[in-house]
Design a protein around this ligand. Structure first.
Ligand code: SF4
Length: 327
């Protein structure tokens, strides 16, 4: 690990002013991924700006939206009464992630910013276009059991590791971002990027910006929602495939639906074609099977991860059936 300077600040304004001064600085919140990256020599910031004391931990209803500060911990959000009642999908997704100890310090903003767990990315002896652009992709013809089946490029086939982000993309969250001059708002589905020719970029946050809060619209999906995570062991493991499913059923028909998958792409993967197919239809296993087929169009395996081509549609059908049965 290299030497670095440690600074602590208590306002977003001063944090952003410090960030602008030094392009090699990084924000430190829970540090559950960043410190690992530094220990392994993958990331080497010269300055760490500790933002844990910046007052961005609110979880509150504002009009018809729920606002969650970027520094609210994963545990605080998962255990919050409002979240459990109104957005249970988010609470379940958070509880499915990491371990209790990690969730106690990991923040919402940090969860969004965490980097892929591709083994080649963390091994500085191996080729990796995400870590060092232009060096190649070790996973493409190597160990790729955990890797993507959607939205890949010839540069990178990594997946985004978050559970929380799968629920947030399904819930139509928006991200409020700030630089030292102004705030901007982007849809959560546009926050993370596909690898394309620039796999080193995980998301669309600019170098001089910080995440301020999430805004999530209230919905009627709470009664019929489910987060299914398929993984190698029951806890503290990343998803092979996960599905966030929310249904609003009226007169036996699907009136509204939110469906997204994790563990399958470089970003949380919203299943828009499957959603459109199911809107207005009856919530039957036969229709769920058709929707799962539509969701898998353009899926592609890379060898070791070919099993996901079967696991993913089966998981979609299972998650939808679980969501339906919760009525
Ligand atoms: Fe690197 Fe992406 Fe290839 Fe993994 S999949 S080795 S992160 S370029």
């Amino acid at each position: 690990m290299i030497n670095f300077q440690y600074l602590r600040t208590t306002t977003a304004k001063s944090a952003l002013a410090l960030l602008v001064k030094d392009k090699n600085a990084k924000f430190l919140a829970g540090g559950t991924n960043l410190i690992d990256l530094m220990k392994r020599g993958v990331s080497a910031p010269e300055k760490l700006i500790d933002i844990n004391h910046v007052p961005l931990k609110q979880i509150e209803q504002v009009g018809n939206k729920i606002h969650i500060g970027a520094l609210a911990t994963n545990t605080a959000v998962a255990d919050n009464k409002l979240i459990k009642e109104q957005l249970p999908l988010l609470s379940w997704a958070l509880q499915a992630g990491a371990s209790a100890q990690l969730r106690n310090v990991a923040t919402v903003g940090g969860n969004m910013m965490q980097r892929t767990r591709c083994g080649y990315f963390y091994d500085t002896e191996m080729p990796c276009n995400k870590r060092v652009p232009g060096t190649g992709c070790g996973a493409m013809e190597g160990f790729n059991r955990m890797h993507a089946i959607f939205g890949t490029s010839d540069k990178c086939i990594a997946v985004h590791p978050s559970d929380m982000c799968v629920a947030l993309v399904a819930l139509d969250a928006e991200v409020i971002i700030s630089n030292s001059k102004a705030e901007r708002k982007i849809s959560f589905k546009d926050f993370h990027r596909l690898p394309g020719d620039t796999p080193q970029l995980d998301n669309n946050l600019k170098a001089d910006e910080m995440i301020i809060r999430l805004e999530i619209p209230m919905n009627n999906l709470a009664k019929n929602s489910y987060y299914l995570k398929v993984r190698d062991r029951a806890s503290y493991a990343f998803a092979l495939v996960s599905v966030a499913a929310g249904l609003e059923i009226k007169d036996n028909k699907i009136y509204n639906i939110s469906l997204a998958m994790g563990g399958v792409a470089h970003k949380p993967w919203r299943l828009t074609a499957a959603e459109n197919f199911l809107k207005g239809k009856e919530a039957t296993t036969e229709n769920f099977e058709q929707a799962a087929k539509l969701a898998m169009v353009n899926a592609k395996g890379f060898g070791e991860n070919n099993f996901k081509l079967k696991l993913a549609p089966n998981s979609i059908i299972e998650a939808l059936n679980f969501a339906k049965s919760k009525a």
